[in-house]
Design a binder for this molecule. Structure first.
Ligand SMILES: [Zn+2]
Length: 375
Protein backbone atom coordinates (compact mmCIF):
# COMPACT_ATOMS: atom_id res chain seq x y z
CA UNK A 1 0.00 0.00 0.00
CA UNK A 2 1.35 3.37 -0.93
CA UNK A 3 0.89 6.17 1.52
CA UNK A 4 -0.07 8.59 -1.26
CA UNK A 5 -3.19 6.84 -2.31
CA UNK A 6 -3.94 5.32 1.10
CA UNK A 7 -5.73 8.19 2.87
CA UNK A 8 -8.49 10.30 1.40
CA UNK A 9 -7.09 13.78 0.83
CA UNK A 10 -10.13 15.44 2.37
CA UNK A 11 -10.90 13.31 5.42
CA UNK A 12 -9.26 10.54 7.48
CA UNK A 13 -10.87 7.57 5.75
CA UNK A 14 -8.48 5.16 4.12
CA UNK A 15 -8.36 2.17 1.81
CA UNK A 16 -9.90 -0.86 3.49
CA UNK A 17 -12.42 0.90 5.77
CA UNK A 18 -15.78 -0.76 5.14
CA UNK A 19 -17.62 0.92 2.25
CA UNK A 20 -14.71 3.31 1.58
CA UNK A 21 -13.06 3.59 -1.83
CA UNK A 22 -10.40 6.12 -2.66
CA UNK A 23 -10.99 7.32 -6.17
CA UNK A 24 -8.31 8.22 -8.75
CA UNK A 25 -8.20 11.85 -7.68
CA UNK A 26 -7.37 10.85 -4.10
CA UNK A 27 -10.83 11.67 -2.68
CA UNK A 28 -12.98 9.00 -1.04
CA UNK A 29 -16.48 8.03 -2.10
CA UNK A 30 -17.90 9.26 1.24
CA UNK A 31 -16.54 12.78 0.59
CA UNK A 32 -17.86 12.73 -2.95
CA UNK A 33 -21.32 11.58 -2.06
CA UNK A 34 -21.87 11.89 1.71
CA UNK A 35 -25.67 11.67 1.56
CA UNK A 36 -25.54 8.24 0.04
CA UNK A 37 -23.61 6.74 2.94
CA UNK A 38 -24.87 8.36 6.11
CA UNK A 39 -28.11 10.18 5.96
CA UNK A 40 -31.48 9.64 4.48
CA UNK A 41 -31.99 12.73 2.41
CA UNK A 42 -35.13 14.52 3.53
CA UNK A 43 -37.18 16.49 0.98
CA UNK A 44 -37.22 20.16 1.97
CA UNK A 45 -41.06 20.26 2.01
CA UNK A 46 -41.14 17.46 4.59
CA UNK A 47 -38.53 19.21 6.69
CA UNK A 48 -40.51 22.45 6.48
CA UNK A 49 -43.69 20.63 7.46
CA UNK A 50 -42.05 19.08 10.54
CA UNK A 51 -40.45 22.41 11.42
CA UNK A 52 -43.96 23.89 11.63
CA UNK A 53 -45.12 20.88 13.59
CA UNK A 54 -42.34 21.51 16.11
CA UNK A 55 -43.45 25.12 16.42
CA UNK A 56 -47.02 23.96 17.13
CA UNK A 57 -45.79 21.49 19.72
CA UNK A 58 -43.91 24.21 21.60
CA UNK A 59 -46.98 26.49 21.46
CA UNK A 60 -49.21 23.72 22.72
CA UNK A 61 -46.84 22.96 25.58
CA UNK A 62 -46.72 26.64 26.51
CA UNK A 63 -50.52 26.91 26.53
CA UNK A 64 -50.69 24.08 29.05
CA UNK A 65 -47.81 25.29 31.18
CA UNK A 66 -48.48 25.15 34.88
CA UNK A 67 -50.83 22.16 34.69
CA UNK A 68 -48.01 19.68 35.25
CA UNK A 69 -44.75 19.50 37.20
CA UNK A 70 -42.80 19.31 33.94
CA UNK A 71 -43.51 20.31 30.36
CA UNK A 72 -41.29 17.65 28.87
CA UNK A 73 -38.44 15.24 29.43
CA UNK A 74 -35.10 15.61 27.67
CA UNK A 75 -32.83 12.60 27.28
CA UNK A 76 -29.53 13.92 28.60
CA UNK A 77 -26.17 12.20 27.99
CA UNK A 78 -23.74 14.96 29.00
CA UNK A 79 -22.64 15.20 25.36
CA UNK A 80 -22.76 18.37 23.30
CA UNK A 81 -26.02 17.79 21.44
CA UNK A 82 -28.29 16.95 24.36
CA UNK A 83 -26.69 19.82 26.30
CA UNK A 84 -27.47 22.17 23.43
CA UNK A 85 -31.05 20.88 23.22
CA UNK A 86 -31.51 21.49 26.96
CA UNK A 87 -30.16 24.98 26.50
CA UNK A 88 -32.60 25.77 23.68
CA UNK A 89 -35.64 24.36 25.46
CA UNK A 90 -34.96 26.04 28.79
CA UNK A 91 -33.39 29.36 27.80
CA UNK A 92 -34.86 30.08 24.39
CA UNK A 93 -38.28 28.46 24.78
CA UNK A 94 -38.55 28.75 28.58
CA UNK A 95 -39.92 25.26 29.09
CA UNK A 96 -39.91 23.52 32.45
CA UNK A 97 -37.71 20.58 31.59
CA UNK A 98 -36.88 17.38 33.44
CA UNK A 99 -33.47 16.13 32.28
CA UNK A 100 -33.24 12.35 32.41
CA UNK A 101 -29.95 10.49 32.12
CA UNK A 102 -29.31 6.78 32.04
CA UNK A 103 -26.15 5.43 33.56
CA UNK A 104 -25.35 2.24 31.73
CA UNK A 105 -22.41 1.68 34.08
CA UNK A 106 -20.05 2.77 31.30
CA UNK A 107 -20.62 6.51 31.32
CA UNK A 108 -17.48 8.61 30.98
CA UNK A 109 -16.20 10.78 33.81
CA UNK A 110 -16.28 13.86 31.59
CA UNK A 111 -19.95 13.21 30.70
CA UNK A 112 -20.76 13.10 34.44
CA UNK A 113 -18.91 16.36 35.07
CA UNK A 114 -20.62 18.02 32.12
CA UNK A 115 -24.04 16.94 33.38
CA UNK A 116 -23.45 18.32 36.83
CA UNK A 117 -22.27 21.64 35.46
CA UNK A 118 -25.12 21.95 32.94
CA UNK A 119 -27.98 21.24 35.35
CA UNK A 120 -26.50 23.61 37.94
CA UNK A 121 -26.06 26.37 35.41
CA UNK A 122 -29.51 25.96 33.86
CA UNK A 123 -31.06 25.32 37.26
CA UNK A 124 -33.18 22.40 36.11
CA UNK A 125 -34.32 19.14 37.68
CA UNK A 126 -32.26 16.11 36.77
CA UNK A 127 -32.58 12.42 37.48
CA UNK A 128 -30.19 9.61 36.67
CA UNK A 129 -31.64 6.15 36.12
CA UNK A 130 -29.20 3.43 37.11
CA UNK A 131 -30.11 -0.15 36.27
CA UNK A 132 -27.78 -2.81 37.70
CA UNK A 133 -24.58 -2.89 35.63
CA UNK A 134 -25.38 -6.46 34.50
CA UNK A 135 -28.25 -5.24 32.32
CA UNK A 136 -26.14 -3.25 29.87
CA UNK A 137 -23.15 -5.55 30.31
CA UNK A 138 -25.19 -8.52 29.11
CA UNK A 139 -26.54 -6.57 26.17
CA UNK A 140 -22.91 -6.00 25.08
CA UNK A 141 -21.65 -9.45 25.99
CA UNK A 142 -24.31 -11.17 23.91
CA UNK A 143 -23.17 -9.30 20.80
CA UNK A 144 -19.52 -9.97 21.46
CA UNK A 145 -20.21 -13.69 21.35
CA UNK A 146 -22.73 -13.48 18.52
CA UNK A 147 -21.19 -10.96 16.17
CA UNK A 148 -21.04 -12.59 12.75
CA UNK A 149 -21.33 -9.74 10.28
CA UNK A 150 -18.71 -9.06 7.62
CA UNK A 151 -19.94 -5.57 6.94
CA UNK A 152 -21.23 -4.16 10.21
CA UNK A 153 -18.65 -3.33 12.87
CA UNK A 154 -19.71 -4.53 16.29
CA UNK A 155 -19.73 -0.95 17.50
CA UNK A 156 -22.48 0.00 15.09
CA UNK A 157 -24.67 -2.92 16.17
CA UNK A 158 -24.06 -2.43 19.89
CA UNK A 159 -24.56 1.35 19.78
CA UNK A 160 -27.91 1.07 18.01
CA UNK A 161 -29.14 -1.53 20.45
CA UNK A 162 -27.83 0.26 23.50
CA UNK A 163 -29.45 3.51 22.33
CA UNK A 164 -32.79 1.70 22.13
CA UNK A 165 -32.42 0.50 25.71
CA UNK A 166 -31.43 3.97 26.94
CA UNK A 167 -34.36 5.53 25.07
CA UNK A 168 -36.61 2.83 26.55
CA UNK A 169 -35.75 3.96 30.06
CA UNK A 170 -36.25 7.64 29.27
CA UNK A 171 -39.62 6.99 27.59
CA UNK A 172 -40.75 4.80 30.49
CA UNK A 173 -39.95 7.63 32.89
CA UNK A 174 -42.18 9.96 30.88
CA UNK A 175 -45.00 7.39 30.67
CA UNK A 176 -44.81 6.77 34.41
CA UNK A 177 -45.03 10.46 35.21
CA UNK A 178 -47.68 11.22 32.58
CA UNK A 179 -45.37 13.61 30.69
CA UNK A 180 -46.51 13.87 27.08
CA UNK A 181 -43.28 14.82 25.32
CA UNK A 182 -39.80 13.34 25.24
CA UNK A 183 -37.16 15.29 23.33
CA UNK A 184 -33.94 13.64 22.23
CA UNK A 185 -30.90 15.41 20.78
CA UNK A 186 -30.23 13.39 17.63
CA UNK A 187 -28.52 15.61 15.05
CA UNK A 188 -29.70 16.14 11.45
CA UNK A 189 -27.28 13.55 10.11
CA UNK A 190 -28.40 10.96 12.66
CA UNK A 191 -31.59 10.15 10.83
CA UNK A 192 -30.90 6.71 9.43
CA UNK A 193 -33.51 5.13 11.73
CA UNK A 194 -35.99 7.90 12.44
CA UNK A 195 -36.74 11.35 11.12
CA UNK A 196 -38.19 13.89 13.57
CA UNK A 197 -40.30 11.45 15.59
CA UNK A 198 -40.47 7.83 16.66
CA UNK A 199 -43.63 6.62 14.90
CA UNK A 200 -46.59 5.75 17.01
CA UNK A 201 -46.68 2.18 15.65
CA UNK A 202 -43.19 1.65 17.03
CA UNK A 203 -44.19 2.96 20.47
CA UNK A 204 -47.23 0.72 20.46
CA UNK A 205 -45.01 -2.35 20.59
CA UNK A 206 -42.64 -3.95 23.02
CA UNK A 207 -39.01 -3.15 22.23
CA UNK A 208 -37.56 -6.28 23.82
CA UNK A 209 -35.26 -7.75 21.13
CA UNK A 210 -36.07 -11.31 20.04
CA UNK A 211 -32.79 -12.72 21.30
CA UNK A 212 -33.59 -11.42 24.79
CA UNK A 213 -36.11 -14.24 25.13
CA UNK A 214 -33.22 -16.72 25.43
CA UNK A 215 -32.06 -18.06 28.80
CA UNK A 216 -29.04 -15.80 28.62
CA UNK A 217 -31.29 -12.96 29.86
CA UNK A 218 -33.50 -12.95 32.94
CA UNK A 219 -36.95 -11.48 33.49
CA UNK A 220 -35.58 -8.80 35.79
CA UNK A 221 -33.27 -7.73 32.93
CA UNK A 222 -35.96 -7.80 30.24
CA UNK A 223 -38.17 -5.50 32.30
CA UNK A 224 -35.94 -2.49 31.56
CA UNK A 225 -37.03 -2.37 27.91
CA UNK A 226 -39.90 -0.22 26.70
CA UNK A 227 -43.08 -2.24 26.76
CA UNK A 228 -46.26 -0.39 25.84
CA UNK A 229 -48.37 -2.92 27.76
CA UNK A 230 -47.15 -1.52 31.07
CA UNK A 231 -48.85 1.79 30.38
CA UNK A 232 -52.27 2.95 29.31
CA UNK A 233 -52.42 4.13 25.71
CA UNK A 234 -53.03 7.68 27.00
CA UNK A 235 -49.71 7.67 28.81
CA UNK A 236 -47.55 6.81 25.82
CA UNK A 237 -45.56 10.00 25.13
CA UNK A 238 -44.49 11.42 21.80
CA UNK A 239 -40.76 11.06 21.22
CA UNK A 240 -39.31 13.86 19.11
CA UNK A 241 -35.92 14.87 17.67
CA UNK A 242 -36.13 18.70 17.41
CA UNK A 243 -32.56 19.12 16.09
CA UNK A 244 -33.64 17.27 12.94
CA UNK A 245 -35.58 20.38 11.94
CA UNK A 246 -33.98 23.25 13.86
CA UNK A 247 -30.92 25.01 12.51
CA UNK A 248 -27.89 22.92 13.47
CA UNK A 249 -24.24 23.77 13.10
CA UNK A 250 -21.77 21.73 15.08
CA UNK A 251 -19.26 24.53 15.63
CA UNK A 252 -21.99 26.82 16.84
CA UNK A 253 -23.34 24.11 19.15
CA UNK A 254 -19.95 23.75 20.83
CA UNK A 255 -19.28 27.46 21.08
CA UNK A 256 -22.77 28.13 22.49
CA UNK A 257 -22.53 25.59 25.27
CA UNK A 258 -18.97 26.63 26.10
CA UNK A 259 -19.81 30.33 26.11
CA UNK A 260 -22.71 29.76 28.48
CA UNK A 261 -20.46 27.71 30.69
CA UNK A 262 -22.64 24.62 30.41
CA UNK A 263 -19.50 22.56 29.79
CA UNK A 264 -15.88 23.50 30.32
CA UNK A 265 -13.82 24.39 27.27
CA UNK A 266 -12.66 21.28 25.37
CA UNK A 267 -15.08 18.98 27.23
CA UNK A 268 -17.57 18.68 24.39
CA UNK A 269 -15.27 16.33 22.46
CA UNK A 270 -17.19 13.11 21.66
CA UNK A 271 -14.12 10.97 22.39
CA UNK A 272 -14.32 12.30 25.95
CA UNK A 273 -18.07 12.28 26.51
CA UNK A 274 -19.08 9.07 24.78
CA UNK A 275 -19.53 5.81 26.59
CA UNK A 276 -16.30 4.16 27.75
CA UNK A 277 -17.24 0.99 25.89
CA UNK A 278 -15.98 2.55 22.66
CA UNK A 279 -12.49 1.44 23.69
CA UNK A 280 -13.06 -2.26 24.34
CA UNK A 281 -15.41 -2.85 21.43
CA UNK A 282 -13.23 -0.56 19.33
CA UNK A 283 -10.33 -2.87 20.11
CA UNK A 284 -12.36 -5.80 18.77
CA UNK A 285 -13.30 -3.87 15.62
CA UNK A 286 -9.70 -2.88 14.85
CA UNK A 287 -8.51 -6.48 15.01
CA UNK A 288 -11.59 -7.73 13.21
CA UNK A 289 -11.93 -5.02 10.50
CA UNK A 290 -8.67 -3.05 10.60
CA UNK A 291 -10.06 0.27 11.81
CA UNK A 292 -11.96 1.97 14.63
CA UNK A 293 -15.44 2.96 13.56
CA UNK A 294 -15.00 6.45 14.97
CA UNK A 295 -12.53 7.08 12.16
CA UNK A 296 -15.44 7.11 9.73
CA UNK A 297 -17.57 9.16 12.16
CA UNK A 298 -14.89 11.78 12.73
CA UNK A 299 -14.27 11.83 8.95
CA UNK A 300 -17.86 13.00 8.68
CA UNK A 301 -17.20 15.93 11.05
CA UNK A 302 -14.06 16.91 9.14
CA UNK A 303 -16.02 16.85 5.91
CA UNK A 304 -18.59 19.19 7.45
CA UNK A 305 -15.83 21.59 8.42
CA UNK A 306 -15.88 21.04 12.17
CA UNK A 307 -12.64 19.18 12.66
CA UNK A 308 -9.02 19.53 11.61
CA UNK A 309 -7.89 16.72 9.31
CA UNK A 310 -4.22 16.77 10.34
CA UNK A 311 -5.07 16.71 14.03
CA UNK A 312 -7.46 13.77 13.77
CA UNK A 313 -5.26 11.85 11.35
CA UNK A 314 -2.48 11.97 13.90
CA UNK A 315 -4.80 10.95 16.75
CA UNK A 316 -6.24 7.93 14.96
CA UNK A 317 -2.92 6.76 13.56
CA UNK A 318 -1.50 6.73 17.06
CA UNK A 319 -4.62 5.43 18.75
CA UNK A 320 -5.42 2.39 16.60
CA UNK A 321 -2.16 0.41 17.04
CA UNK A 322 -2.22 1.03 20.80
CA UNK A 323 -5.88 0.19 21.09
CA UNK A 324 -5.45 -3.06 19.12
CA UNK A 325 -3.20 -4.25 21.96
CA UNK A 326 -5.58 -2.93 24.60
CA UNK A 327 -3.11 -0.28 25.64
CA UNK A 328 -5.14 2.85 25.00
CA UNK A 329 -7.48 3.79 27.85
CA UNK A 330 -6.36 0.47 29.27
CA UNK A 331 -8.17 0.77 32.60
CA UNK A 332 -11.52 1.13 30.84
CA UNK A 333 -10.83 -1.86 28.61
CA UNK A 334 -9.69 -3.98 31.55
CA UNK A 335 -12.75 -3.00 33.57
CA UNK A 336 -15.11 -4.03 30.78
CA UNK A 337 -13.31 -7.32 30.13
CA UNK A 338 -13.54 -8.12 33.82
CA UNK A 339 -17.28 -7.41 33.73
CA UNK A 340 -17.81 -9.84 30.86
CA UNK A 341 -15.40 -12.35 32.37
CA UNK A 342 -13.02 -12.44 29.44
CA UNK A 343 -9.27 -11.96 29.10
CA UNK A 344 -7.63 -9.61 26.66
CA UNK A 345 -6.16 -12.55 24.76
CA UNK A 346 -9.55 -14.20 24.48
CA UNK A 347 -11.00 -11.03 22.96
CA UNK A 348 -8.10 -10.80 20.50
CA UNK A 349 -8.47 -14.48 19.59
CA UNK A 350 -12.21 -14.13 19.08
CA UNK A 351 -11.82 -11.12 16.77
CA UNK A 352 -9.03 -12.87 14.88
CA UNK A 353 -11.00 -16.07 14.37
CA UNK A 354 -13.93 -14.08 12.94
CA UNK A 355 -11.53 -12.17 10.67
CA UNK A 356 -10.14 -15.41 9.26
CA UNK A 357 -13.61 -16.26 7.92
CA UNK A 358 -14.14 -12.89 6.26
CA UNK A 359 -13.81 -12.91 2.43
CA UNK A 360 -11.99 -9.57 2.82
CA UNK A 361 -9.44 -11.01 5.24
CA UNK A 362 -6.45 -10.41 2.93
CA UNK A 363 -7.28 -6.74 2.58
CA UNK A 364 -7.82 -6.38 6.33
CA UNK A 365 -4.56 -8.16 7.12
CA UNK A 366 -2.61 -5.98 4.72
CA UNK A 367 -4.23 -3.00 6.37
CA UNK A 368 -3.20 -4.13 9.84
CA UNK A 369 0.34 -4.74 8.65
CA UNK A 370 0.45 -1.25 7.17
CA UNK A 371 -0.61 0.14 10.52
CA UNK A 372 2.05 -1.90 12.30
CA UNK A 373 -0.51 -4.09 14.04
CA UNK A 374 0.58 -7.69 14.27
CA UNK A 375 -2.38 -9.58 15.62
ZN1 LIG B 1 -12.86 11.38 2.34
Amino acid sequence: MEINSFYCEKCINHVGCISVEIEKDGICNHCKNPDKYFVISIPSELKEQKFKKMKNIIEKIKRNQGNHDFDCIVGFSGGKDSTYLLYLLTIKYKLNVLAVSVNSGYMSRVAFQNMKQTVEKLNIEHIIIEPPIEVFTKLYKWYIFNHNSNDLPIMKIICDNCTDLIDSLVIKEAARRGISYVFIGLTPDENARYFFEIPNEKLNHSWIPKHWSSDFFKDEERKWWWNHEEFGIKNIPRVIFPLHVWLYNEREVISTIEQHNLVRKGKADPLKTNCTLIWAIGMYDIIRFGFHMYRVQIAKLIRQGSGDRGHWLQIFNRLEPLLAKGEFNKSQIDRFLKQIDMTKNELIELARSKRKKDPRREIIERLLKFKGIQL
